[in-house]
Design a protein around this ligand. Structure first.
Ligand code: ZN
Length: 366
């Protein structure tokens, strides 16, 4: 009887594991995401932009990548979804290279996820929010206005972002997912705008006085709660509009030191609000990368992890990582139960790197 029970438990475990493997297989073609962070072409001439798209996809496919996290600014997304006079808000919107990359990518086996930042990277030159509503800026603990970040603690601003993303989802039925860039506020202590002070007082009965450090922890908790509200509602919209869409975010690795900015990825993964998480682990040290990836996976529970690394980043640019290091990082990502890898950034690739990555892919997918 005991043996029968053991066999039954084993079979159940095997069934559950294979069901989970099937689920992951469906999440990414072939069960592995091999993505690049990149931006759409900036050419304003359509013929030149279309030639660039073909060149980009040729390179991406030659590197064995099967996905792009494609940067979309809010002024661009606003322009293409509103159309008409609003097209002037973005210089390339008239031929929609973002949409063309989704279409052409699909034909080439490259899934395109929108890479989008609702909170930050909101300078007026790329954000419709700052152009139309400069009063939406976040304010830090010193009272300094953030001209690159908006206050998503305000319900109407969260709604603006949700409405914009809903229109994007409807415009691009072949979009594969939405990848939220560094959710939450800029580094520092946010948000102390007049509206956040009023929200805080109505929730707690406490007035934010001169000594703002007295309410630091509560303000951080409000950031996390409001961000979580945004992610829950974004997920609901996505699954309602197109159940195939995948919601992911990126952020730190290991212990979640980002939660106070509103980047509460551990809660979102444990509660099933995101489909996968991408820790950004930018280092040359393969062992350090592996440790960070393993610790991140521990924090994620059952949520899928796809580790991110950089071929070059601001700290080492123009240096690029060596072939041996790139091989080591991919191996470490997979050993840490990563379901692939995401590489920063397409623009840092030299032609040789696409060959290198395709060789790495072949070696890891015999
Ligand atoms: Zn605020």
């Amino acid at each position: 009887m005991k043996n029968l029970c053991a066999v039954f438990l084993c079979l159940t475990a095997v069934t559950l594991l294979s069901a989970r493997a099937d689920e992951e297989k469906q999440m990414f073609p072939g069960g592995q995401l091999r993505a690049l962070w990149c931006a759409p072409p900036s050419e304003t001439d359509e013929a030149a932009g279309m030639a660039k798209i073909d060149e980009m996809l040729n390179r991406v496919v030659s590197g064995g990548f099967n996905a792009l996290f494609l940067w979309g600014t809010s002024n661009y997304l606003w322009a293409v979804t509103e159309g008409g006079d609003e097209l002037k808000e973005a210089p390339t919107a008239h031929y929609d290279p973002f949409g063309k990359l989704i279409e052409k990518g699909k034909q080439r086996g490259v899934a395109v996820h929108l890479w989008y930042s609702p909170w930050i990277y909101k300078s007026a030159e790329r954000s419709i929010e700052m152009r139309r509503h400069p009063e939406w800026s976040a304010v830090d603990i010193e009272g300094k206005i953030d001209y690159d970040g908006i206050c998503l603690n305000r319900p109407e601003i969260r709604q603006f972002e949700l409405d914009l993303l809903t229109k994007v989802i409807r415009r691009y039925p072949d979009l594969a997912g939405i990848h939220i860039e560094e959710p939450g506020y800029n580094w520092g202590e946010y948000c102390y705008c007049d509206r956040c002070r009023a929200i805080f007082q109505s929730l707690t009965g406490i007035e934010v006085g001169e000594d703002k450090t007295a309410v630091l922890e509560q303000i951080r908790n409000i950031n996390a709660a409001m961000s979580t509200d945004f992610m829950i509602r974004l997920r609901a919209v996505m699954k309602e509009e197109n159940p195939n869409l995948l919601l992911s975010t990126n952020g730190c690795a290991g212990a979640n030191s980002d939660w106070k900015l509103g980047r509460d990825w551990t809660s979102w993964s444990m509660r099933g609000y995101i489909d996968f998480y991408v820790p950004q682990i930018y280092t040359k040290d393969i062992e350090a990368f592996k440790q960070a990836a393993v610790k991140t996976k521990q924090r994620l529970g059952d949520c899928v992890m796809v580790p991110g690394f950089a071929i070059s980043w601001s700290g080492i640019y123009p240096e690029r990582l060596s072939k041996e290091t790139l091989e080591g990082l991919v191996a470490a990502a997979l050993q840490a139960d990563g379901k692939g890898y995401v590489v920063f950034h397409y623009d840092h690739f030299e032609p040789i790197h696409f060959e290198t990555f395709d060789e790495i892919r072949r070696n890891n997918n015999p």
